[in-house]
Design a protein around this ligand. Sequence first.
Ligand SMILES: NC(=O)c1ccc[n+]([C@@H]2O[C@H](COP(=O)([O-])OP(=O)(O)OC[C@H]3O[C@@H](n4cnc5c(N)ncnc54)[C@H](OP(=O)(O)O)[C@@H]3O)[C@@H](O)[C@H]2O)c1
Length: 295
Amino acid sequence: MSRILVIGAAGLLGGRLMEGGKSKYEMYGTYKENKMKGSNLHHLDVTKREEVFSILERVKPDCVVDTAAITGVDYCETHPEEAWLVNVEGTKNVAEACKRAGAKMIFLSTDYVFDGKKLDYHEKDKPRPLNYYAKTKLIAEHVLEALDVNYIVARTAVLYGVGGLGKTTFVSWVIENLRKKENINVVTDQHNNPTYADNLVEILFALYRKDANGVFHVTGLDCMSRYEFAKRIAEVFDFDDEYIHPTTTPQLNQIAQRPEKVFMSTNKVERITGIKPTGVKEGLERLKKQLEMIE
Ligand SMILES: NC(=O)c1ccc[n+]([C@@H]2O[C@H](COP(=O)([O-])OP(=O)(O)OC[C@H]3O[C@@H](n4cnc5c(N)ncnc54)[C@H](OP(=O)(O)O)[C@@H]3O)[C@@H](O)[C@H]2O)c1
């Protein structure tokens, strides 16, 4: 049975990886601020190089899934040193430790590495990040390539799912507000492929089992605006959609620039794993069932 170490196990994706992997793999996890208890769970700050090496020496994983990151896009813009330290230096520490330990590394990157000027994006397309968060992710991708570690880079987008220790995702924000019958303004001019976290987990493990290497686009199937996505959420969760109002990016005054439309092609990952990524309707329906079981 392979041993898998998830860095950032308390996060949205990290939590789903721990859950999704436990029937097939020996799962280990790390946390930083959000303390987790259990014999397979360890504290780790990826910016501390010796800590990273020491964890890998203790756990001896076959594969490390590095989900740790400063993920706030606007926060990264205003805290560039911190973003660099975690997203670039932290990733480098993990990659070097993986190389030393002979472990495979799966790293999570973002669709924001692209500027949104093209119709659809394949893995070979040239990235051009518009914000600092995406720049740090792209530089981290280059670090992995340069180190020649055995890696998978999975570029994903707009994650939704259960867990994440209270972290607000776009989906949880929409659900919260519509449940309280609060008005929300949602942009019509930012398009991405919303990605159901459990489906991302299934595909990441499938790529691992295929011993795939290199860069992969691993997102949901459908590309849509946040406004359309909010409407779908209302439909699946049976909320009144009259509280969802269209707005545009210039009206929002977001700190970091976002690409207008990044449509990620998932052909490569489908070809290699044989798995067709989940579309928005199916992803939201699966999420709804999970939430009903928890509530
Ligand atoms: N969410 C999205 O829509 C999206 C889109 C594209 C790409 N991604 C990428 O996918 C990955 C997972 O995203 P997510 O939404 O699951 O992230 P998340 O919920 O914000 O979790 C990130 C985790 O990183 C850990 N972390 C932060 N700084 C750390 C440090 N210095 N050392 C060790 N751990 C640290 C945190 O641990 P503690 O909680 O214990 O402090 C946190 O649980 C990230 O790499 C993100 O950039 C996400």
